[in-house]
Design a protein around this ligand. Sequence first.
Ligand SMILES: [Zn+2]
Ligand SMILES: [Zn+2]
Length: 369
Amino acid sequence: MKTVAALLMKNGLPMPYAQSKPFELVEIDLEKPREGEVLLRITGAGICHSDLSIVNGSRPRPIPLIGGHEGVGVVEELGAGVKDLKIGDTVSIIFMPPCGECRQCLHGIPAYCSVGSAANVRGEMSRGGSRISFNGKLIHHYNGVSCYSQHMVLDRRSLVKIPSDLPLSSTAIFGCALLTGIGAVRNGAKVPSGASVGIWGLGGVGLAALIGAVISKASPIIAIDPVAMKRELALELGADIAIAPTDNVREYVKDGVDYSIETVGRVEALQQAYEMTIRGGVVTTIGLPDPSALLGIPAASLVTEVKTLQGSYMGSGDPRKDIPEFVQYWREGKLPVEKLVSLTRPMSEVNEAMDALHGGEVVRQVILP
Ligand SMILES: [Zn+2]
Ligand SMILES: [Zn+2]
């Protein structure tokens, strides 16, 4: 079938992207879903910082590609063998299709699936190859999602069924912002009730981590970001203290925080989070710095200060358990996810959305294709 999608032909173009236009809306050809795959009509797609890293070239992925790795859609056609979904179902999209057979999947953390990860790096579907072409030439998938498109073929394993009565613009950010942020706190760091938490960076993922810390009854919760609007939003969402990175966390929590969650994706922020963590504390990083960046911390401090430094990816758990939990939290009023969505835009504004994200004045933007 033919559908309209945002195609990234070239990365590293100059800003502003509203002028250089790295994404172009084009009519693509979409193959029918193969065995184990599903055709979706995409109803919402989030704009995440790692999309920007693909556009500016700091995160290498094979291009040309169709962008987008966080979204929501409605099932339009089922490939052979897909028995547990039906046409018309609403699904949340995840960007790591778990194979179910690798060591990571068998250890109960499908978010770390090595087979899915390898397919994502190749820019292919997890069952191999591409279902997208433009002018007769095959186009890469982005993390098996490519949801900046009116329709897309996805692996069944990239989909988690959700109820259809939830607000679309909010559910569009379940698959990356919420999964990554809330999962880092609950599955990754396993923050217990009453522990102090510092959250570095208050974008969509950072604010989702904050919501996770509130759900976990952490106290106090310190939110750290240079942008005043984001600090105000953090206080509204339940942070006890919101400060700029130039402020000293130890003035607010004696000896530092028990748990640090770093979501900025810059080494300076991770170093600061490490320094501001208490002796015996745990630092969890979910930001994505430039792949060439090296972290400089005193090696002995891991022992002398008994700190744990760990990464977390896509929520460090099983999205098929986490996403239904989000739905439950939302119903209980514990998940004010709509506050994370600064604005919705038509797909024709995808380049402008990248500029706004780079400017730092928006939290999450959602494209309505
Ligand atoms: Zn993302
Ligand atoms: Zn696997």
